[in-house]
Design a protein around this ligand. Sequence first.
Ligand SMILES: Nc1ncnc2c1ncn2[C@@H]1O[C@H](COP(=O)(O)OP(=O)(O)OP(=O)(O)O)[C@@H](O)[C@H]1O
Ligand SMILES: [Mg+2]
Length: 150
Amino acid sequence: MLQIISKSVEETKSIARKIAKSFNVGDLIILDGNMGAGKTHFVQGVLQAYEYSKKVISPTFNIANFYETKTVTVLHIDLYRIEDIEEFDDLGIIEYFDSSIVFMEWGKKIADNFDEYLLISIEIDEENENQRKINFTAKGDKYEKKLIIE
Ligand SMILES: Nc1ncnc2c1ncn2[C@@H]1O[C@H](COP(=O)(O)OP(=O)(O)OP(=O)(O)O)[C@@H](O)[C@H]1O
Ligand SMILES: [Mg+2]
């Protein structure tokens, strides 16, 4: 596991921009953490790295947003309102996983259905409202290699 401390929104986005360079189409990144932890801001940082200049908003209500960047398609999913794997399957979005870089907020509830993924868990610091602990855990060799952030 790799842990990085972020002291501000800008730092969270900067960390996201750095690790974004190691992601490829077909990758699955599960984002975990309480409401307001910074999952969506992390994805905004990732999209900056891919030079996406339009607005990136939370997919809480529409569940999935697709972002066509200059190089890759990013699929940003929010499973807050999804209960289980049956409901997830009904969405029909799995068919886009192979052709996108997938970020799944609240994805831990269906994580057991995937053999490999990168888990990014964001913890709010109780003592400092702008501080976060960002934990990166690789499930599978493919993601282990991506955990080098300079
Ligand atoms: N270091 C930090 N990193 C990220 N966000 C921070 C940080 N410090 C404060 N914040 C604030 O925390 C909030 C994070 O909101 P964000 O929508 O990214 O959370 P989320 O984890 O996606 O929540 P939800 O589960 O509701 O989708 C924002 O209001 C942001 O300004
Ligand atoms: Mg969010």
